[in-house]
Design a protein around this ligand. Sequence first.
Ligand code: CP
Ligand code: NVA
Length: 304
Amino acid sequence: MSKHLLSLADLTKEEFEAFFKRAVELKEKKQKGIAEPSQTGKSLGLLFDKPSTRTRVSFETAMVQLGGSPLFISSKDTQMSRDEPIKDTARVLSRYLDALAIRTFSQETIEEFAEFSTIPVINALTDAHHPCQVLSDLLTVIEYKGSVENIKIAWIGDGNNMAQSWINAAAALGFELHLACPEDYFPDAQIVANATKKPAARITLNSDPIAAVKDADVVNTDVWASMGQEAEQEARQKIFAPFQVNTALLDKAAKDAIVLHCLPAHREEEITEAVLEGPHSVVWDQSENKLHMHKAILDILIST
Ligand code: CP
Ligand code: NVA
């Protein structure tokens, strides 16, 4: 396995399965009150350019539960804010830390960090990908559906970082993924092309939310304007209105469908209160699983 986790496009099916297996083991141990201090004395840096509730707190808690120490680094308080180059920062932080989780805007930033780091670099969200989120969301799917084999997952809304990570996961794992996005908000064409040429890929992309959710086992959405797109919020609200996950749309899915949302959610925009708080929603379990999956990611990457 590559020592970094930058995009799910880099993972094989076996590597996905190793993350799921370790997360299940760590979750079971936590539930039984058995400590797993596999990273005692190790440090995780969290270098964040964007806000976060779940990813920051679950990574910090994950490292504490593994016996290590998290260190939150707001990038505006570093010398990077005074133009110290990424390649210098990466080499210096590598001398102090055992892993570095980064949340930033461009994927190129995180790739440059990885190039110059001698420690694992973990993508904690970029404009292009949110790999750790989709790994933990897949853990939730496995818990509710038994596996990711032979299931249909619908993605409704923006062709954003989350959608692109789902596309990469589908290409490696072979579940059926139907995306419905407004035409001008499709995922990146290169990411789609690279994914769909993989032999396992069963990916459909169009602008028809009803076709996407028809008989789906999992219905998945995200905000219409991601972090950094706040100026587009008003315009997007109009364009995305037909892509709201509401009771009428959910009625087209399988009777036992689960609803995922990585959160934060904007109620009555991409998802209604009735669906988010309704019987199909598993968003709180989904959020919890970030903790267990982040422990697995740290344990595997730091120990490899
Ligand atoms: N889902 C997610 O990444 O949430 P945060 O932005 O709160 O970390
Ligand atoms: N697509 C969202 C995900 C937030 C966790 C964003 O990038 O803001």
